[in-house]
Design a protein around this ligand. Structure first.
Ligand SMILES: C[S@@+](CC[C@H](N)C(=O)[O-])C[C@H]1O[C@@H](n2cnc3c(N)ncnc32)[C@H](O)[C@@H]1O
Length: 257
């Protein structure tokens, strides 16, 4: 799990970066708008709208991406991902890169990480996050509906599968299944309403040796992140998410899974 010290130092730098151009109140206001988009799911393809203003982009980076770092880090720790020596990582629909960073840090930070997203703003933010958190990563633009998947290495999909339309999700599923034997981690919110495809994916990947879990935990958080949460009328003191983990086949595992 990412250390409290590293997370806090990163968060302080991130806040400084974003509060150069925007006030705390503007970010709070944008976070409220972003959160209604995510929570109410007024439209399925929320990604475009979610990042359509400077305020929402800052709110995504400072709030949701920070929580995703804590969540993927917790999941990676609980699943003992450090015991699976993967030689490369690909973070699909990476956003600002924090999910891939969490997995990479679990492996020591030097495993080559490729972060892929269609949005150029998040890719720039991901590059900054790699530098700040000391992770060896590159970020490139591609559409998940079309891009090829790496033949080997670990693949992460954190809070992204739901952003795809049904056709893109269907082809992605087929392509992921063809990678049989490679590591795959999918993380999503628990609400079934948000991810109606989850049960089918869970059934398929569990038949292929995967593991489904739900998580609930209360991580330490920097005061300023708590303040943003509270000021926006949200309450994320306790974090929840669920995961699907398919371990890479035939690799040295040093503890029970
Ligand atoms: C909710 S965000 C999650 C980002 C990141 N994985 C995280 O955990 O913070 C979903 C991301 O998926 C990206 N995305 C959505 N559809 C995509 C597509 N077809 N191709 C590439 N990226 C896509 C969006 O641009 C956005 O950055």
């Amino acid at each position: 799990m990412i250390s409290e010290e590293l997370f806090n130092a990163w968060y302080a730098a991130l806040e400084q970066r974003h509060l150069k151009a925007l006030t705390f109140q503007e970010v709070r206001h944008a976070l409220q708008a972003l959160s209604s988009l995510y929570v109410e799911r007024r439209q399925q393809s929320g990604a475009g709208k979610a990042l359509d203003s400077a305020g929402k982009r800052a709110a995504f980076s400072l709030f949701y991406a920070a929580l995703h770092l804590l969540e993927v880090s917790y999941v990676a720790d609980q699943l003992n991902l450090k015991d699976f020596p993967i030689d490369s990582l690909t973070d699909l629909g990476c956003g600002t890169g924090t999910g891939g960073i969490a997995w990479s840090l679990e492996l020591g930070g030097s495993v080559p990480l490729t972060a892929v997203d269609q949005n150029t703003w998040v890719l720039e933010e991901a590059r900054w996050n790699f530098r700040q958190l000391g992770v060896k990563g590159e970020a490139r633009q591609a559409d998940l509906a079309r891009c090829s998947l790496p033949p080997s290495g670990g693949v992460l999909l954190a809070f992204t599968v739901n952003e795809l339309d049904e056709a893109a999700r269907g082809t992605l599923l087929q392509r992921l299944r063809r990678r049989r034997g490679q590591g795959l981690l999918i993380v999503e919110p628990i609400a079934r309403r948000v991810s109606p495809w989850w049960d089918k994916w869970a059934e398929i990947f569990q038949k292929e040796g995967g593991k489904e879990d739900q998580w609930r935990f209360t991580p330490p958080m920097p005061e300023r992140l708590r303040l943003l949460d509270k000021a926006a009328g949200l309450d994320h003191r306790e974090l929840t998410c669920r995961s699907l983990w398919v371990a890479p086949a035939c690799q040295g595992v040093t503890s029970e899974h």
